[in-house]
Design a protein around this ligand. Structure first.
Ligand code: GDP
Ligand code: IMO
Ligand code: MG
Length: 434
């Protein structure tokens, strides 16, 4: 089946949006399978900048169909705002964007709970969430009290489920707001949001399987990154879903045999928003340089992203747990002028050398990165389209990363626009059946 899963290999913000915009040209459908409006995928083209939170970045390519799978948590209000914002900017949406009827919804009480839990944790226990209600909405789904789009659309079903939820969360809601106020707000919004959402609702799994069976090319667009995965990330400093490629199955009702290839997006250095361990973090002038040069500020919350050196243990874990078949390197241009460029090739822990990312919180906290230094390079021409067009030391850096990762970069991104990319392999990225 010609399909590509596009996953983040670090802590998110690797440049997934740009790569979706590039490869989406060749696709028929672009599908989100997890996460929610916590994501911020930036796409820049023709001098315009778009930030997508819930809607797949593929919507910016005329004529493509986009799907929000059942594994995504959807905030009806922010979804409506995102649609209207895009429409105001002349992006046609209706008839080419669908949401799974089985997707769970985020309500105002989820955001109240998200903030309350963060505040109760306080200090070093805080996760630094986006405060979009993601954790509480997924918790409700697993607790079996969640409200799906199909439930919301049925006027007979929804009020009963809402009451059940308000009763369960009464204490927590009343601490900062009031159940009466929240009920009124949700019911008032439902009046206008229900007719707005109805045309978007679909049996998305059936729709997708039919498309795949007809040979349509599908991109599965992940949000977040592998180290934010609820199972394989730096738990508990993670998001509440599985961004890894294996979640495509549960997140849109498509069997594993229908996945063609897995493309891992790798930033040429590392960033992280929010709290949690980050062994190669730089809190000095070099960190400031990367933040300024790479414009590393959160696309969803505006927070300054923490910046640090490339960490091979992080990306090697991602290659393994996602089954990554191809890699894309992004933001290489940001490293221009940095000399030396440091690369973490292992950790030192209690006199021992570790080559794999540890699972123990205690071990991770005590890890010191072991660095290899690579010589720096000057400005990279945005016109470079072949590997040979890159400065010698930039090629050296890339070859070194490939050696320690054990996989080659099929794409090398040198700027925000999709044209500013080197496509290296003649081989198709679409995998089996392409
Ligand atoms: P995502 O969440 O993975 O889609 O990544 P974000 O959009 O949050 O962050 C990546 C940022 O880097 C965006 O502002 C992109 O426009 C920008 N970007 C992507 N690729 C490149 C690149 O190769 N060079 C530069 N300088 N910027 C890039
Ligand atoms: P994209 O798709 C970077 C981080 C938050 C926080 C943690 C949990 O743009 O790469 P949550 O609100 O999900 O409960 O927060 O996850 N986080 C992201 N960091 N990029 C993202 O998305 C993120 N989505 C969530 O900062 O540390
Ligand atoms: Mg982002």
């Amino acid at each position: 089946m010609p399909s590509i899963v596009i996953v983040g290999t670090q802590w998110g913000d690797e440049g997934k949006g740009k790569i979706v915009h590039l490869l989406g040209k060749e696709a028929d459908l672009i599908v989100r399978y997890q996460g929610g409006p916590n994501a911020g995928h930036t796409v820049v083209f023709d001098g315009k900048k778009f930030v997508l939170h819930l809607i797949p970045a593929g919507i910016l390519i005329p004529g493509k169909t986009c799907v929000i799978g059942n594994g995504v948590v959807v905030d009806p209000l922010s979804f409506a705002e995102e649609v209207r914002l895009l429409e105001r900017r002349k992006i046609r949406i209706r008839g080419r964007l669908f949401i799974s009827e089985q997707a769970h919804l985020i309500f105002p009480y989820h955001k109240i709970l998200d903030v309350a839990r963060e505040e109760a944790r306080g200090g070093s226990e805080k996760i630094g969430t986006t405060r979009k209600g993601i954790g509480p909405a997924y918790a409700d789904k697993v607790e079996r009290v969640g409200i799906r789009l199909i439930d919301y659309l049925e006027p007979e079903t929804f009020p009963k489920l809402l009451e059940q939820n308000l009763a369960l969360k009464r204490g927590a809601i009343n601490r900062t707001s009031s159940v009466g106020k929240i009920r009124k707000e949700i019911l008032r919004q439902a009046g206008s949001l229900r007719p707005f959402l109805k045309p978007f609702a679909r049996d998305a799994s059936r729709f997708l399987n039919q498309a795949l069976d007809r040979g349509r090319k599908v991109i599965f667009e992940s949000a977040q990154g592998t180290l934010l995965d609820i199972d394989f990330g730096t738990y508990p400093y993670v998001t509440s879903s599985n961004p890894i490629a294996g979640a495509v199955g549960a997140g849109c009702g498509v069997g594993p045999g229908k996945i063609g290839s897995v493309l891992g997006i790798v930033k040429a250095y590392t960033t992280r928003v929010g709290e949690g361990p980050f062994p190669t973090e730089l809190t000095d002038a070099m960190g400031e340089f990367l933040r300024a040069s790479g414009k590393e500020f959160g696309a969803t919350t505006g927070r300054a992203r923490r910046c640090g050196w490339f960490d091979a243990l992080v990306v090697r874990r991602a290659i393994q747990v996602n089954g990554i078949s191809d890699l894309a390197l992004t933001k290489l241009d940001v490293l221009a002028g940095v000399d030396p460029i440091r690369v973490c090739v292992g950790y030192r822990y209690g006199g021992r050398r570790l080559d794999h990312f540890p699972n123990s919180r205690r071990v991770l906290d005590g890890c010191e990165p072991v660095y290899a230094d690579m010589p720096g390079f000057g400005d990279i021409s945005k016109e470079a389209r072949r590997f040979e067009d890159l400065p010698g030391n930039a090629r050296k850096y890339i070859r070194f990363l490939e050696k320690i990762l054990g996989l080659k970069f099929s794409l090398i991104s040198l700027g925000r626009s999709r044209d500013e990319t080197i496509r290296r392999s003649a081989r198709s990225l679409w995998g089996r059946g392409a």
